[in-house]
Design a protein around this ligand. Structure first.
Ligand SMILES: Nc1ncnc2c1ncn2[C@@H]1O[C@H](COP(=O)(O)OP(=O)(O)OP(=O)(O)O)[C@@H](O)[C@H]1O
Ligand SMILES: [Mg+2]
Length: 254
C-alpha cells in the first residue's frame, strides 16, 4: 500500500500541495482530478521523489520513502511513466526494453565472467523484453530505432519500459495528453490491461472525465493543493465541488 501523510510542499508563500493524507490500495485505480494548477503533478513529484517535500511522509508497503532520491523510490517499486529523454533514441525498441529489464533485475545478471551465464542471462533478458513488447503489441517494431517511431508508438514504448521495471505502483500523469484520436485508445487499453493485475496500484491524473468514469475505481479531488473529495466515482463526479471546479475550468477555457 502507498500512503502519504500530511504531504506538503511550499514554493515561497504558495502551498502547492497542502497536507495531503491518502492511502492507495493494490488492485485499485485511483483517478486524481482537479482544475489546472490544483497540485496534481506536484503531488506526483512529491511521491516519486522528483521534488523534496516541505513536510509530511511517503510510505510504500510500510517502508518510509521520504527523503529518498527518485532512483531509490523506483527501486522500491514506484513506477512513474518515463519521459522520452530517458530513452536511448539510436538504439532499437528491443534494446531499450532490454536495458530496462536489465535495470530492474539489477545484480541478478552479474554472476562473474562466466561466458555461458552471461549468454544465458542475455537470452533471458531478451525473452522477457520480447514478452513485454508483445503485451504492448510492438513486436513488429522491435528492430526500429526509437527515434524513427511515430509519436504514438513512442508513448506506448514509455509504458513498456515502465512495465519492464515491474513496479507495484503505476503513476500516469495525463498519459494521453497530446495524442491523436487514433493513439489515445491504445494507451488506455494498456492501462486497462494493467488493471487486470490486482497486485498493482494505479494512480491516474486525467482531465478527460469520460476516461475517468470508465477506468477509475475511486476518485480523489485536489483543489488549491488540498484534498477536497475522495470516494466512489459516480458520487465524486456528481459532487458540487467537482461540478464547480470543472464548470470553472470550462469558463476559463472560453
Ligand atoms: N517548481 C515549482 N516552483 C514554483 N511553483 C511551482 C512549481 N511546480 C509547481 N508549481 C506551482 O504549483 C501549483 C500546482 O501546479 P501543478 O503543476 O501541480 O498543477 P496540476 O494540478 O498538475 O495542473 P495541470 O492540470 O495544469 O497539469 C501551480 O500553481 C504551479 O504554478
Ligand atoms: Mg499537471
Amino acid at each position: 500500500m502507498l500512503e502519504t501523510h500530511n504531504l506538503t510542499v511550499r514554493f515561497g508563500g504558495h502551498v502547492a500541495v497542502n497536507a495531503v493524507s491518502c492511502r492507495f490500495e493494490p488492485g485499485t485505480l485511483t483517478a486524481i482530478v482537479g482544475p489546472n494548477g490544483a497540485g496534481k503533478t506536484t503531488y506526483f513529484n512529491l511521491i516519486s521523489g522528483q521534488l523534496p517535500a516541505t513536510a509530511g511522509t511517503v510510505h510504500l508497503n510500510g517502508r518510509a520513502l521520504t527523503g529518498l532520491p527518485a532512483s531509490a523510490r523506483t527501486r522500491a517499486g514506484l513506477g512513474r511513466a518515463f519521459q522520452l529523454t530517458n530513452l536511448f533514441p539510436h538504439l532499437s525498441v528491443l534494446e531499450n526494453v532490454r536495458v530496462a529489464v536489465q535495470a530492474a533485475k539489477e545484480g541478478a545478471h552479474r554472476r562473474g565472467m562466466n561466458l555461458w551465464s552471461i549468454w544465458s542471462d542475455h537470452a533471458a533478458l531478451t525473452l522477457r523484453a520480447l514478452e513485454i513488447l508483445q503485451s504492448v503489441s510492438m513486436t513488429a517494431q522491435q528492430d526500429a530505432p526509437v527515434a524513427s517511431l511515430p509519436h504514438g508508438d513512442q508513448r506506448k514504448l514509455e509504458v513498456a519500459l515502465l512495465m519492464a521495471l515491474e513496479p507495484s505502483v503505476y503513476m500516469f500523469d495525463e498519459p494521453t495528453a497530446g495524442m491523436s484520436h487514433d493513439e489515445a485508445p491504445v494507451i488506455l487499453d494498456l492501462i486497462r490491461q494493467l488493471k487486470k493485475d490486482k497486485s498493482k496500484t494505479i494512480l491516474l491524473v486525467e482531465h478527460k472525465m469520460d476516461v475517468v468514469r470508465e477506468l477509475a475505481d475511486r476518485i480523489i479531488v485536489l483543489h488549491n493543493g488540498v484534498l477536497v473529495a475522495d470516494g466512489d466515482p459516480a458520487e465524486v463526479i456528481a459532487s458540487p465541488i467537482v461540478q464547480e471546479a470543472y464548470l470553472g475550468k470550462a469558463r476559463d477555457a472560453t
